[in-house]
Design a protein around this ligand. Structure first.
Ligand SMILES: Cc1ncc(COP(=O)(O)O)c(C=O)c1O
Length: 434
């Protein structure tokens, strides 16, 4: 199974670098490779960036690319002036908050998240990154249920720390890292392409019922943790999350939704679970929460899970960093005032229609799917997907290829119709030439 992330070594990549990079860029890439530890999926790097603004990134040669990847941090656009102003003002007043004290931006942010989150999700703990928030949720689930077993999905991604890769389901992160957390049970994801029950596209949600079965047989599962939708733009069938909700209630387990890449509007709703009318016991958000500038994530839990007053669940040095919190407040206000969730819905719908039209002309497009501005274009083979990605880069569009064959388009939620059309024109040209 190809991973969610892209391989960073291939003949196609070498060709692209040889043709597209100048001497100065190559020299900096060599310095990068000289001083950073190498790891799969990210180092060595492809290119060197010098600027970012709105929907665009710029490299050392001054070439601009529409960034339809952005690691899902850029909901409000890169370098959003409102976020930058909030950061600069906050840095001048209170740039750090020593533990034992609190500060106004942190309190205001927690209050805002509690007000926005659905149902009884109204207690917050902040963390300096998504994987740390996942770890906090796992600890709180143990404290609240007295159980250590979890159920999560094969192929899922919840971050790169040891606890997160234990519940994560990707070989590339887990291999060679054992022993992982005991009691981390895995079940098949709601993916028609590899459904063991061969549901195909007539999904009967047998995979969700299997979660209920595992919980009944094990008898002591503390939590079920899933990405509400996968970043591969695999959208679960409508009843899937509801069945998990009922199964957790029946067996006394907590339901945790990881919405770290997509919360705050990408799927057309402030929180992804609002598309499915299912409220978890804990919700994890991150990435865009820091306004595309600061690393920041949050665990938002049901009020009655506030039971761990004598356990250090998070305890991170930058937990209540006032500058990060000021950035988050500015980003959330910007999303609300500019109706970015609505824009994501409308632009997403518009793009899917254009992509379906392309699919009718181009047999290499196997399927087109999406929710808001999380869009996936599945191609017939991985070599073609890679060629299309590098050709698109040459034409000024950057996006991620996931699971080997899926072109994943995640523009900022501020993307304009012209930018969207520009990106889809590039994709059309790249695919037609491939
Ligand atoms: C679904 C999901 N969960 C958790 C994480 C981890 O977040 P971070 O990289 O901030 O630790 C990611 C990061 O890509 C993610 O996509």
């Amino acid at each position: 199974m190809s991973p969610e992330g892209e391989p960073n070594r291939s003949a196609e990549r070498e060709r692209w670098c040889a043709e597209q990079l100048d001497e100065a860029t190559r020299a900096w890439l060599e310095e990068d490779a000289r001083y950073f530890l190498h790891q799969s999926l990210s180092t060595p790097c492809l290119n060197v960036l010098t600027r970012c603004e709105g929907s665009f990134i710029e490299d050392m040669r001054g070439r601009r690319f529409l960034d339809f990847h952005g690691n899902n941090v850029h909901h409000v656009g890169f370098g959003n002036p409102r976020v930058i102003d909030a950061i600069v003002n906050q840095m001048r007043e209170l740039s750090f908050c020593t533990r034992r004290y609190t500060n106004l931006p942190a309190i205001r942010l927690a209050k805002k998240l509690a007000e926005l989150a659905p149902g009884r999700l109204n207690k917050v703990l902040l963390a300096p990154g998504g994987a740390s928030a996942v770890g906090m949720a796992l600890k709180l689930a143990r404290a609240a249920t007295g159980r250590f077993k979890t159920i999560s999905l094969w192929d899922s991604f919840h971050g790169a720390s040891l606890d997160a890769i234990s519940i994560g389901g990707e070989d590339i992160f887990r291999r060679g890292m054992e022993p992982l957390l005991p009691g981390s049970l895995h079940v098949p994801p709601p993916d028609p392409a590899q459904c063991p029950w061969r549901c195909g596209h007539e999904c009967s949600a047998r995979c969700a019922e299997y979660v209920d079965y595992v919980m009944r047989r094990e008898g002591d599962v503390g939590a079920v943790i899933v990405e509400t939708v996968r970043s591969t733009s695999l959208i679960p069938p409508p009843q899937y999350l509801q069945i998990l909700r009922e199964a957790c209630d029946r067996h006394g387990a907590l339901l945790i939704f990881d919405e770290i890449p997509h919360a705050l509007g990408r799927t057309g709703r402030m929180f992804t679970c609002e598309n499915f009318d299912v409220v978890p016991d804990m919700l994890l958000i991150g990435k865009a929460l820091g306004g595309g500038i600061f690393p920041l994530a949050a665990l938002i839990a049901r009020e009655d899970l506030d039971i761990a007053g004598d356990i250090a669940i998070g305890h991170y040095t930058h937990e209540k960093n006032p500058v990060a919190c000021a950035a988050a407040l500015a980003a959330i206000e910007f999303i609300e005032e500019n109706r970015l969730a609505e824009n994501a819905r409308e632009m997403g719908e518009y793009s899917l229609n254009r992509l379906r039209e392309m699919q009718s002309r181009l047999p290499s497009i196997r399927s087109v799917r999406g929710l808001g501005l999380l869009i996936g274009v599945e191609l017939s083979d991985s070599a073609l997907a890679e060629r299309t990605m590098y050709r698109s880069l040459e034409l000024g569009l950057s996006f991620k290829v996931t699971m080997g064959t899926v072109l994943t388009l995640t523009p900022p939620l501020t993307v304009t119709r012209d930018e969207m059309d520009g990106a889809l024109d590039i994709l059309d040209r790249a695919l037609s030439a491939a």
